[in-house]
Each structure stands twice: as structure tokens, then as C-alpha cells.
Design a protein around this ligand. Structure first.
Ligand code: NAD
Length: 422
């Protein structure tokens, strides 16, 4: 990997790569308590669901607001518990919810009033905390990304255990609340564009991460009774405390991955839903930290190319430096599908820009609708809009992109052994 690719030397990339595909399974397994398979049971009285919130920073505000609103609208939900490693955040969440405070999320999972957890901690904790929640028989609304880019084995285990435990799991890619992705999937099944061969999606915006994007709430904060640095690190490499790492964690590869894992799940999961994508056969990425030149480690500009076994190639592209958007397109042998206008437009395959078919969106939505969908699935046993198996495939494709970027090689998916090879 060249310096231009990541802004780091090859030794660093090699270390990250070994961490990602070599040691993660063992370190993760050591941190998990895996119980015997069992059907999850709601322990709530009167059919009400007690919700516990893990990681109560910026994003959790939207979830607390949505759950409170749904409760006010008469949904059988109670905001019963909150957890964070930073006391000021716990205090604020208690104020917002009236829930019982926990500093350690594992204690929240032992609370018998909690039936359903929402996880919005930094990326690295999503998988391990969701796994622990699933083992405890809780239903889960987990923010994207499903895991950190180095945690392939965690994503794999989570996908398996959600099914084995029979709990409901919604991954927080809220664009899936828009019906056009499911409508698009149906049109693809009907063959309106023939065999899909080529697809493109992108995520373009302008703005760095760092102190402007992630404010340092207290420059004098330090580990102690109010801040659990060890719990923040989880299975990340042990490093000395720094306020930047704690508050602006998105800048660091130990805790985040930049656009491929933070932003692309928002655009790639809808596309994967329309196309019914499973695991890619091979993934290759280009780009790196091309512009924001400070202590930020994660890339700002990345193009990822993915091949799928059904004979389909997909490009997922973007930058955080320029917000000029690209069109989302699926090109088939007999037509072209776009997601502009009133919903979905179908064009002829010869490039003419006159739509041959237009399909209006049936319903739109956001976080509130994602919660409603999850609640409905808890009761019906149905499949949520953003299910764990789709999350596993999307996360793996993005992880392969990250590894390809670091190594300067193509990453392959070994279906027989269910693992990444590079
Ligand atoms: N779906 C979306 O549109 C969307 C939008 C923003 C963020 N997110 C996701 O939400 C997550 C949180 O992002 P944020 O912007 O709120 O970050 P944040 O830093 O504001 O909040 C994270 C919180 O987690 C706490 N925390 C850290 N380690 C913890 C641990 N081990 N256990 C419990 N709490 C812990 C921190 O103290 C902090 O309060 C990210 O993974 C991000 O990708 C999703």
C-alpha cells in the first residue's frame, strides 16, 4: 500500500491487516459469553417492551426521541434503562428518559425489565454488544455499521446467533424505511430490466470529521470514576487516553473506518436490498486519505468495486471532500433502473433518456418507521427491513474494501470456508 493510499506506512497497514483477518476471532471469542441456543422470550408484563439504550451520545438522541414519540402515540414501549461509559452522557440520558442508569452495558443486559436494546456506541462495540444482547435474549436495534471493519468474525457470529436465538434484529440503515428498495427488488424479480449486470451508488458530502464534526465536550476529561477508558477501548489496541480519541473517535482506524464503514452502508444496503446481494466474490478498492491532512487516520475518498457470483459488478463510491452527487443506477441487459423522480424510473438499455416505466414510492420513512417495523417483527416473527443477514453481507463487502485499500490487493470471499482471503 502506498502512502497516498492511506496516509500511513506499510507496516501500519500490515499490522491492521493481521489484526483484521488473523487475531480478531480469538480476541472476540475471549470477550463473549456464549450461552446455549434458546428461543428468546419477552419477559415484559402486559405485552409491553422495555427499551434499554447503550451508548448515549449524539445519535442516541434520535432514538430516544423516536421511542418516546411512539410511546406517546400509544405503542407499548417503556424507556427503562440507559448505559454509557461517560457519566455526563448517562446523566443526560436519565434526564431524557427517566430510565435506570448503568455504567456497564452488561449490567443493563441483566435488567429483567429490558426486552429490547438500542445500540449507538462507537462502531467497534456494536457487534460485541449486540452479541451479548442476543445471548441475553434481547431484541436489538443496532446502529450501522454492524461491526468495526476489522471484526469480520463478529459479524459472522452475530448473523448466526440472531437466527439461532430467535430474536429480532434491525440494523440502523434508516433509508430502508423507504419502500422503493423493496418495490425495486420486486421489479428486478419480475425482470423489468432483464439480467442486472452493472450497478453504481455513491455517498458524497463535504465535511471532515474531527473537532468540528465531533466536539470535545470537556477538554479536561480524563479516565476515572466518570470516564471508563478501558470500556471505551473494548477489544481495540490498548493506547494511552487522549481526549481526541475519546470524543473524536471517528478519525481513528482503531475505532472507525471512514466513509466505507460509516457512510456507505447507508447507500449500499438499499442497493443490496434491490439486487438481493449476498457475499461478493471479490472486492477491490482505491482512494485513501487524499485531502484532510491532519491527525485523522481514516480515508476521506474511496471507490470500491465488487463482483458478485451471479455475474454482476457493483461500484460503491464517494468522498467527504465534495458533495456533488452521482446518480444511483442499475444497468440490466434489457433496461436501466434509477431511483430519481417520483420513485423508480425504468429506461431502455440503449441509453435513451425517455422512461418506459415509472413507479411511485408507496411509503417513505425514517427512524420512527424503522422502530415500528422492528416492533411489528418482534410480535410477528417477520423479517425486519434491515435484517442481520443483509447487514453481514454488506459489512463484509465493506470490510473487504478496507482490507483491499490497506493491502493494495484484491480481497476474495471464500464461500466454502466462509472467510475473507487476501
Ligand atoms: N444511522 C445514522 O444516520 C447514524 C447517524 C449518526 C451516527 N450513527 C452511528 O451511531 C454510532 C454513535 O455515533 P455518535 O455520533 O452518536 O457518537 P458519539 O461519540 O456522540 O456517541 C457514542 C457514545 O457511546 C459512548 N460509549 C463509548 N464506548 C462505549 C461502550 N463501550 N459502551 C457504552 N457506551 C459507550 C460514548 O461515551 C458516547 O456517549 C456510530 O456507530 C455511528 O455510525 C448513525
Amino acid at each position: 500500500m502506498s502512502d497516498a493510499t492511506s496516509g500511513q506506512g506499510p507496516n501500519v497497514s500490515r499490522r491492521r491487516f493481521i489484526q483484521a483477518v488473523g487475531t480478531t476471532a480469538a480476541s472476540v471469542a475471549a470477550g463473549l459469553h456464549i450461552g446455549a441456543p434458546a428461543r428468546a422470550q419477552s419477559r415484559s408484563a402486559n405485552g409491553r417492551l422495555g427499551v434499554g439504550f447503550i451508548g448515549c451520545g449524539g445519535r442516541m438522541g434520535a432514538h430516544i426521541g423516536a421511542v418516546q414519540q411512539l410511546k406517546n402515540e400509544g405503542q407499548p414501549l417503556d424507556l427503562v434503562a440507559v448505559s454509557d461509559v461517560y457519566k455526563p452522557r448517562v446523566d443526560a440520558a436519565v434526564q431524557a428518559t427517566g430510565g435506570k442508569p448503568y455504567r456497564d452495558y452488561r449490567e443493563l443486559l441483566e435488567d429483567r425489565h429490558v426486552d429490547l436494546v438500542c445500540i449507538a456506541s462507537p462502531d467497534r462495540h456494536h457487534g460485541p454488544q449486540a452479541l451479548d444482547a442476543v445471548e441475553a435474549g434481547k431484541h436489538v436495534y443496532c446502529e450501522k455499521p454492524m461491526t468495526h471493519w476489522s471484526q469480520f468474525e463478529v459479524a459472522k457470529k452475530l448473523a448466526r446467533r440472531v437466527k439461532e436465538r430467535g430474536v429480532a434484529f434491525q440494523l440502523g440503515t434508516q433509508r430502508l424505511a423507504d419502500s422503493i428498495w423493496r418495490q425495486g427488488a420486486e421489479l428486478i424479480r419480475q425482470g423489468v430490466i432483464g439480467k442486472p449486470l452493472h450497478a453504481q451508488v455513491g455517498y458524497y458530502r463535504q465535511g471532515d470529521w474531527g473537532e468540528r464534526g465531533m466536539p470535545i465536550l470537556d477538554p479536561s476529561a480524563k479516565p476515572g470514576p466518570d470516564l471508563d477508558w478501558k470500556a471505551f477501548l473494548g477489544d481495540a489496541p490498548e493506547v494511552e487516553f487522549s481526549v481526541q480519541r475519546f470524543f473524536c473517535w471517528r478519525m481513528y482506524l482503531d475505532y472507525a473506518g471512514g466513509p466505507p464503514t460509516d457512510l456507505y452502508p447507508h447507500v449500499f444496503t438499499p442497493l443490496a436490498t434491490v439486487l438481493g446481494l449476498g457475499m461478493p466474490t471479490r472486492v477491490s478498492a482505491a482512494g485513501g486519505k487524499l485531502f484532510y491532512n491532519h491527525e485523522r487516520e481514516v480515508p476521506d475518498t474511496v471507490n470500491i468495486l465488487m463482483d458478485y457470483p451471479q455475474g454482476l459488478t457493483v461500484a460503491c463510491m464517494g468522498t467527504q471532500v465534495n458533495a456533488w452527487e452521482m446518480e444511483w443506477v442499475i444497468r440490466g441487459a434489457e433496461g436501466t433502473m434509477t431511483f430519481s423522480g417520483p420513485g423508480i424510473q425504468i429506461f431502455p438499455a440503449d441509453g435513451r433518456r425517455e422512461p418506459v416505466k415509472e413507479v411511485a414510492r408507496e411509503a417513505s420513512g425514517d427512524v420512527r418507521e424503522m422502530w415500528l417495523n422492528l416492533i411489528e417483527c418482534i410480535h410477528s416473527g417477520g423479517k425486519p427491513w434491515s435484517p442481520v443477514d443483509m447487514g453481514y453481507c454488506v459489512q463484509t463487502a465493506m470490510n473487504m474494501g478496507m482490507l483491499s485499500l490497506f493491502e493494495g490487493k484484491t480481497a476474495h470471499f471464500d464461500t466454502d470456508r466462509e472467510r475473507i482471503r487476501i
